[in-house]
Design a protein around this ligand. Structure first.
Ligand code: 13P
Length: 265
């Protein structure tokens, strides 16, 4: 199965509008004349979405801008109304947002998002035709306690509950072991491959082999230019969700370059 790798920058709570502009201008000039066989996605904070949308979609003079898709880092599970501090899927659509990161471990751990909430958000995102980047992953204690597979099974099964096979086709899964996020400790390529293969087998149980072989599963957790190639060479790894190393245009580009050359093989 030929799955197009997807490299997504999750900027988390970094880069307001002016830093977004600086990054994008530099990144686009570096991207100039290069054509990578992958999708490139940037997920800035909400307040930087208008600037990013403007730079990528309305500034027609910008070359290569079409090569980059916009993601949000979260969305509400509700349509509209009395939800202070929340952002709806329709608001995101106004800024050419195509993807939305849901279920990130920081949302789960710091903001108490449950599998049920994440499931509701995935459904709401699909109603607006947004493509969820659905994050899963175990903590170190869970891995060391032999619970890796049961944790992933629960997250996948509950997160995708009542999601149709048609909607699944527009979902990307991001496997991000919590202990590898922002720590500089990357999963070994074997650990990552094993987890990805297991996640794909869970999707096969739920949706069948065809859907499982089509779904893209990104790896996230301390992905850097010097480990991207090895990780992306694994058969079940279809791109990366990158935090810290995607804050600099040059290192994001090097991850894409090193990683997408491997995925082609
Ligand atoms: P780091 O790449 O900084 O480890 O972050 C990974 C992540 O959480 C992406 O969503």
């Amino acid at each position: 199965m030929n799955r197009k790798p997807i490299f997504a920058a999750n900027w988390k709570m970094n880069k307001g509008a002016s830093e977004t502009e600086d990054f994008v201008k530099s990144f686009l000039s570096k991207l100039q004349g290069q054509d990578f066989p992958c999708e490139i996605v940037i997920a800035p904070p909400f307040v930087s979405l208008p600037k990013l949308a403007d730079l990528l979609h309305t500034a027609t003079a910008v070359q290569n801008a079409h090569a980059i898709q916009i993601a949000a880092q979260n969305c509400s599970q509700f349509d509209a109304g009395a939800y202070t501090g929340e952002i709806s899927v329709l608001m995101l659509r106004e800024f050419f947002v195509h993807y939305v990161i849901l279920g990130h471990s920081e949302r789960r751990a710091i903001y108490g998002e449950t599998d049920a909430v994440i499931n509701a958000k995935i459904k709401k995102a699909r109603e607006a035709n947004l493509k969820p980047i659905f994050c899963i992953g175990e903590t170190l204690a869970e891995r060391e306690g032999g619970k890796l597979e049961s944790v992933l099974r629960t997250q996948v099964t509950e997160g995708l509950k009542d999601i149709s096979e048609k909607d699944l086709a527009d979902i990307v899964i991001a496997y991000e072991p919590v202990w590898a996020i922002g720590t500089g400790v990357t999963a070994t390529s074997q650990q990552a491959q094993d987890a990805h293969a297991f996640v794909r087998s869970l999707v096969a149980e739920l949706y069948g082999q065809d859907a499982a072989s089509r779904i893209r599963i990104q790896y996230g957790g301390s992905v850097k230019p010097n480990n991207a190639a090895e990780l992306m060479a694994c058969p079940d790894i279809d791109g990366a969700l990158i935090g810290g190393a995607a804050l600099e245009p040059q290192s994001f580009l090097e991850i894409i370059r090193n990683g997408s050359s491997q995925s082609e093989e």
